[in-house]
Design a binder for this molecule. Structure first.
Ligand SMILES: NC(=O)CCC(=O)C(=O)O
Length: 266
């Protein structure tokens, strides 16, 4: 299987409309080059452009959804279209990842569960999703996650319990914490014996330099491919069959002890 991670530069000065058109064209360019294309988190606005979230929020089936469905269909690829600021009809905003089939049909929508910012930014502007999402492709089961989720291993165990073999992370991770990004991507791959496809963005917006360094890690924790800092298409061949082989030969997941009680205090 071949995955193309489109590490989009999200810079101020390019309008949302212009970027949407540019990204649509980049997705279409992957026709015949990839089975699965992955985009970053909140690439229309930038993950840290908090002042744009409400202004640029879209209904689920808004302009970005329409453009990405068409691009997936024209390219004939599975498309994890990164995430958009979604406005729910009842009012709240969500950071919502979209996945399309090669026919341009919706395969999944995942509302980010862990919002970043502590008492600021996304954590107060967006509502939290509650549901884990997996998508069955012909070759592998994909578990969907977004950026800050990467710090929460229990989310990935939940995805693995739902059959995930390939863990996709769409991110807008900052350069200043790049060491965590690289470490956590490998950790999630090793502990879950799964592929990790982690697609970040490049450029700078809202004073935050993006880390880039999108990465694909195999179920043994080896880095199969890694991007640099700037806008780039990272194309990686990977073999989903290696997940079951790794889990059979080194069956650590079978040794999980479930339902451990919280330690007693005092
Ligand atoms: N957009 C995000 O979720 C940022 C996450 C982040 O900066 C971090 O976990 O560190």
């Amino acid at each position: 299987m071949r995955a193309s991670l489109l590490q989009i530069a999200v810079n101020e000065g390019e309008s949302v409309k212009a970027r949407r058109e540019r990204v649509s064209s980049l997705v279409r360019d992957e026709a015949g080059r990839a089975d699965l294309v992955v985009l970053p988190e909140l690439w229309t606005t930038g993950a840290f452009a908090y002042e744009l979230f409400a202004a640029e929020a879209e209904p689920l089936e808004g302009p970005t959804y329409e453009a990405m469905a068409e691009a997936a269909r024209e390219a004939g690829v599975w498309l994890h279209a990164g995430s958009i600021p979604e406005r729910d009809p009842e009012g709240p905003l969500y950071n919502t990842a979209l996945v399309f089939t090669p026919e341009g049909e919706p395969a999944a929508a995942y509302r980010k569960i862990h919002r970043f910012g502590f008492d600021k930014g996304e954590a107060v502007l967006m509502s939290a999703g509650r549901e884990l999402v997996t998508v069955r492709l012909p070759e592998t089961v994909v578990g969907v996650s977004t950026c800050y989720d990467l710090r929460f291993p229990e989310l990935y165990r939940g995805l693995v319990d739902r059959g995930a073999q390939t863990l996709v992370v769409a991110a807008g991770w900052p350069e200043r914490r790049r060491a965590h990004w690289s470490l956590l991507a490998r950790a999630r791959a090793v502990e879950n014996q799964a592929y990790v496809l982690a697609c970040g963005s490049a450029g700078e917006h809202a004073g935050v330099v993006q880390a880039g360094h999108s990465v694909v890690v195999d179920p043994w924790g080896e880095v199969v491919g890694e991007a640099g800092a700037g806008e780039e298409v990272l194309r990686v061949d990977f073999d989903p069959g290696r997940v079951d082989v790794t889990r059979d030969r080194f069956p650590a997941l079978k040794d999980r002890v479930l339902g451990l009680a919280a330690p007693r205090r005092g």
